[in-house]
Design a protein around this ligand. Structure first.
Ligand code: SF4
Length: 290
């Protein structure tokens, strides 16, 4: 079994993420219209490729069918390059690689076969190593990092990844070296960094720490997307402290502080976003929805 370094777990086997070392598994290819508007113009959408399996596997994952159960189709590197072409021809604004980290080596092979002329978005859980982010130079244009946890305790409890934040922060610093400035053309982000954060119930202080450290590390010239849409799903019922929705007050505390810190580009959500309606349908019959 090869030693894998695609994520900070540096495993000798695939027992955590569940991927097959020889193949890429994809759950869905779609024209996505619910990503952050700056990468998702309504008339084009974003060309999302949802990779199956996951190196983080949060207990509350809303896409647990693919992240935890690995639902999807096995494809080759050549087929992935063909999917890039199909999406590009369809007129989407970018190629949006959703949860790509564990397939880093294969995705780089596919991008070496065919590099689309539209931007490539690395849409990651944030569980990355800076060494791997460095490899994306020249291939990836927009880094969309989920910033999940600051505290080791939370990262350990919900994702078995106590080394999450140190790797996340070092990876953002590396991404900032690759794309030092945001490039926006006709209202669409062509190059830059977005940090997305889902506020968890009872964890607003942790949320605020994430943004304080980002500011210290790379400043406030990144887009932020602060989400209120947490719904207890999958194994969240086994963790009573997160087996509820977020309160408006918790969300307000986070958004108010992030704005006060100086992050002035990005998105906050309406509270009625707390529904499952933004979750794509993953089934083999709906594999291609371009
Ligand atoms: S990508 Fe999977 S196999 Fe590779 S280091 Fe991460 S968890 Fe381990």
């Amino acid at each position: 079994m090869p030693n894998c370094t695609n994520c900070p777990r540096n495993c000798k086997n695939n027992s955590y993420c569940g991927k097959d070392f020889e193949k890429i598994r994809v759950a869905k290819v779609m024209r996505h219209i619910y990503e952050e508007p700056i990468i998702c113009p309504k008339n084009q959408g974003s060309g999302a490729i949802f990779f199956s399996n996951c190196s983080l596997k949060c207990v509350f994952c809303q896409n647990y069918q693919l992240s935890h159960f690995g639902v999807g189709r096995d494809i080759s590197v050549n087929e992935l390059a063909e999917i890039f072409k199909l999406l590009e021809i369809s007129g989407v604004a970018n190629i949006n690689l959703v949860t790509p980290t564990h397939y880093l080596d294969k995705i780089l092979q596919a991008l070496n076969l065919y590099k689309p002329k539209i931007p490539i978005v690395w849409n990651t859980s944030g569980y990355e190593s800076p060494e791997n982010i460095k490899k994306l130079k020249g291939f990836v244009d927009v880094f969309l990092f989920d910033g999940k946890y600051f505290s080791k305790d939370l990262a350990g409890r919900y994702s078995k990844a106590t080394n999450y934040f140190e790797n996340f922060l070092a990876s953002i610093i590396e991404a900032k070296r690759i794309v030092p400035e945001n490039v926006i053309i006709d209202g669409v982000l062509k190059k830059g960094i977005i940090v997305r954060h889902l506020v968890l119930p009872g964890c607003y202080m942790d949320s605020i720490e994430i943004f304080k450290h980002i500011k210290k590390a790379v400043g406030c010239d990144v887009f932020v997307s602060i989400m209120s849409q947490y719904v207890p799903m999958f194994k969240a019922k086994d963790y009573p402290e997160i087996n509820r929705r977020l309160s408006p007050l918790e969300y307000k505390k986070v958004t108010r502080e992030v704005i006060r810190l100086g992050f002035d580009k990005g998105y906050i959500q309406d509270f009625d976003s707390q529904s499952e309606s933004y979750t794509p349908v993953f089934s083999d019959k709906k594999f291609f929805e371009i």
